[in-house]
Design a protein around this ligand. Structure first.
Ligand code: ADP
Length: 613
């Protein structure tokens, strides 16, 4: 009865360890890297689409540079572009070029900036310092805002830090400032978990440096050179945010890898994508750790239940389904803009399904084999029991036939009737005892609570066992015992003691002695049966009392047995609040002792009352 309990706790413990292992694995740096790669893969698997872009990138590309005379002409290009788009009515113009150094074109650029409303200029942190590379004051004076274009040294640009601080100064990202002006918002409202820009709540927590996942998708991109050739394209700029920046491979120093994969993307396009993410409010949120842990726990519990209640291919099928679910959840969540810890979930599912399947395979299989062998021995026992019952039955049958067939005198008839009566009573007692023991094993029986004398009990058992002892010329002795009382079920105690006595006789050679003794020690009564028989070694002693267990020497002795007697004795003793003690030496003999809590010493009258029942 204890075993399944132990296994259940062991099983639950193993599954709990799976949750812990999955959480730890999910925390490892390698898991973060894998999660990132899987995010990129999901991104490519479920590409984002935009109904209509709200921004246009005016790209200073290779064609533009060659048209204007190369990188040194960048300011002239910006000034010229600003002049061209002045009448196109863009909502905001973000210039993703650092305008820190003085050049000959500065006066023209400053004049162009002055004519352009809602300009956002770029600032970056000087590499390795905490100093901002701000635009020249002449330009700054005409800008509505300055936004940072600082990119973290991250292999893949998945998120944009919406705020950046250096040297005690903080800048919002260029894309965010552009969005603010696009929404005509005067300022950005901050709370610990999000920021609010003109009614748009951006889930970017302060603790995460206000990192916002960028949803990359195709942009509206016009080459500056092309704009010059086809002024009709200017119409596209009306009411939209214009991002001007380098995209030429030779000029753009801020090219980064994105989840879309190679080629690397120019910073201005990354900011335009961030702007589009804000404009569409297509935010991607990282699921809180508690969600990933909860889902992991649910997956582990599901795996545990599957292998606890199913077996064979249905269990393996359901286990595979759990693993499949663990891989599907991040996909489904991603399509709803939520990022789960992919590695944690997958680890939880694989580990728990593997553990539960292995547990089922090894432990349950072992139990099954044990149950099968128990069943076989139980059947043997039933055989033996029916065999035992046959002798009183044969006696009854034979005697009744005698009575029917022959004309017997009264005296003979009376003797045979008495015999039939006593044999049928013996049979009834036998059946009752077995039924009681069965019910006791099942825990269904209420024990009777009689008070009886141990000496009288021993005497009854000795009387019953004497014929067996005499047959083997074994000297069966009871030591001198003082009156001792215990409270319990007399029938069952008699069964137990008789069993110990018959075992002692069975497993002893001829001309030896079997001694029964009862004594009191403090509040306990020790009833022992000592023999000089085959004995048992330490290993056998450990197994004694196990249902259907028989020692090899007992099997070899030729004595019939089932190996259930002692386990029942043990149960009877335990049901009486006592315990069994066994000591034994191979070849020298054994001593089986029932240690029971004692009652009040029985008076001769009360003992005889019980016995006469
Ligand atoms: P059975 O006698 O029917 O085999 P039991 O449950 O009474 O079953 O005993 C279980 C086993 O314990 C026996 O088969 C025997 O191996 C061992 N055993 C019990 N009593 C003794 C004893 N007095 N001496 C040696 N071995 C014993």
């Amino acid at each position: 009865m204890k075993r399944p309990g132990f296994i259940t706790w062991g099983y639950a413990g193993a599954l709990a360890a799976c949750v812990l292992a999955a959480v730890i694995v999910g925390w490892l740096a390698i898991a973060t890297a894998i999660d990132g790669d899987i995010y990129d893969w999901l991104f490519r698997l479920q590409p984002s689409e935009r109904a209509r872009t709200q921004s246009v990138v005016l790209a200073i590309d290779e064609a533009t540079l060659s048209r204007y005379g190369g990188v040194p002409q960048t300011r002239a290009i910006i000034a010229d572009t600003l002049e061209r788009i002045a009448d196109a009515g863009p909502s905001v113009v973000a210039v993703d070029v650092i305008l820190r150094d003085k050049t000959a074109e500065d006066a023209r650029l400053a004049a162009a900036l002055a004519r352009t409303p809602n300009v956002v200029l770029a600032a970056d942190i000087l590499p390795g310092t905490s100093t901002w590379e701000d635009p020249l004051p002449a330009f700054r004076a005409h800008a509505a805002a300055v936004g940072h274009v600082h990119a973290e040294p991250d292999p893949v640009s998945r998120v944009l830090p919406l705020e950046k601080a250096a040297g005690g100064q903080r800048r919002w990202a260029l894309a965010l400032e552009a969005y603010r002006l696009h929404k005509r918002a005067a300022f950005i409202e901050e709370s610990p978990d999000s920021i609010d820009v003109g009614g748009t709540r951006v889930p970017a927590a302060r603790a995460d440096a206000r990192a916002m996942y960028i949803r990359y998708a195709p942009l509206s991109l016009i080459s500056v050179a092309n704009l010059r050739d086809e002024p009709g394209q200017l119409d596209q700029l009306r009411g939209r945010a214009v991002f001007i920046g380098d995209t030429a491979l030779s000029a753009a120093r801020d090219r980064l890898m994105t989840p879309l994969g190679p080629p690397m993307m120019a910073g201005v396009e990354i900011h335009a994508n961030a702007f589009e993410t804000l404009a569409a409010q297509a935010f991607i949120r990282r699921a809180p750790l508690s969600w990933s842990v909860t889902v992991s726990v649910l997956l582990v519990v599901a795996a545990g239940l599957v292998f606890a209640f199913l077996s064979g291919w249905p269990a393996y099928l359901a286990g595979s389904a759990i693993v499949a679910v663990s891989h599907t959840i991040p996909h489904v969540a991603f399509s709803r803009g939520v990022l789960f810890d992919y590695v944690m979930l997958a680890a939880a599912a694989w580990l728990s399904v593997g553990t539960a399947a292995a547990w089922q395979y090894f432990v349950v299989r072992r139990q099954l084999r044990k149950t099968e062998s128990d069943k076989a021995r139980y059947q043997q026992a039933i055989h033996f029991v029916t065999h035992e019952m046959r002798s009183p039955l044969t006696a009854i049958q034979g005697s009744s036939e005698l009575m029917g067939r022959y004309n017997l005198n009264d005296e003979k008839r009376r003797q045979i009737a008495e015999m039939i009566n006593s044999e049928s009573k013996r049979l009834a007692r036998m059946i009752q005892t077995f039924l009681d023991i069965e019910r006791l094993t099942e825990g269904q029986m209420d024990l009777r609570s009689d008070r009886f004398d141990v000496v009288a009990l021993a005497e009854t058992c000795v009387q019953r066992a004497r014929p067996l002892a005499e047959r083997k010329q074994i000297d069966l002795r009871s030591n001198d015992m003082e009156p001792l009382a215990i409270t319990g079920d007399r029938e069952l105690m008699e069964y137990a003691l008789y069993n110990l006595l018959t075992n002692a006789i069975k497993y002893s050679p001829a001309h030896t002695t079997v001694t029964i003794d009862a004594r009191r020690e403090a509040s306990l009564v020790h009833i022992s049966v000592r023999d000089q028989g085959i004995g048992m070694d330490a290993q056998e002693l450990r197994n004694i009392g196990r249902k259907f267990y028989r020692t090899r020497k007992a099997e070899a002795s030729g004595e019939a047995g089932t190996g259930i007697g002692l386990s029942l004795v043990q149960q009877i003793v335990e049901h009486h609040g006592g315990r069994m003690q066994v000591s034994s030496t191979p070849g020298q003999g054994s001593c089986f002792t029932m240690v029971l809590p004692c009652g009040i010493p029985a008076t001769p009258a009360s003992a005889s009352t019980v016995l006469s029942n």
